[in-house]
Write a protein that binds this ligand. Structure first.
Ligand SMILES: NC(=O)c1ccc[n+]([C@@H]2O[C@H](COP(=O)([O-])OP(=O)(O)OC[C@H]3O[C@@H](n4cnc5c(N)ncnc54)[C@H](O)[C@@H]3O)[C@@H](O)[C@H]2O)c1
Length: 111
């Protein structure tokens, strides 16, 4: 069976301390994309947790644009959760969004 392909957006504390270690415990998933506006953070996470041909990005839209990715983990600061999550859902991805989903109801409606 093909593995579930994951893209991580936001490679800070919660991604490295919780999401990625937990994902490593599942044999049926692989993390294929790492995105952070600070490229070095994405590179460090990719080196530690990525499969051999995992890629690094600075723009989350490139992760969403990859047809092979099944799930996007949104691990950015609160203010960008709604924008990235809605874009990923509109791109046909499953989304694992860190809390809170949005800072205001208006923010969700704007997306
Ligand atoms: N579930 C929990 O118990 C728990 C605990 C801590 C934090 N959190 C949540 O996790 C989220 C992240 O918190 P953190 O402590 O990991 O913060 P962090 O600052 O350590 O990491 C966030 C990362 O996202 C990157 N980033 C910011 N905007 C981006 C964008 N548009 N695209 C790509 N990358 C971007 C930053 O450069 C940074 O590396 C927050 O929403 C926070 O509320 C949840």
């Amino acid at each position: 069976m093909a593995k579930i392909k994951i893209g991580i957006v936001g490679c800070g504390f919660i991604a490295n301390r919780k999401h990625l270690p937990m994902l490593m415990q599942h044999q049926d998933v692989e993390v294929v994309a790492f995105c952070d506006i600070i490229r070095e953070r994405a590179e460090a996470s990719c080196k530690q947790y990525g499969i051999a041909d995992a890629k690094v990005y600075e723009d989350y839209r490139e992760v969403i644009g990859r047809k092979d990715i099944d799930v996007v983990h949104v691990c950015t600061p609160n203010s960008s959760h709604a924008e990235i999550s809605v874009a990923a859902l509109q791109g046909g991805k499953h989304v694992m969004c860190e809390k809170p989903m949005a800072k205001t109801v208006q923010r969700l409606k704007l997306c």
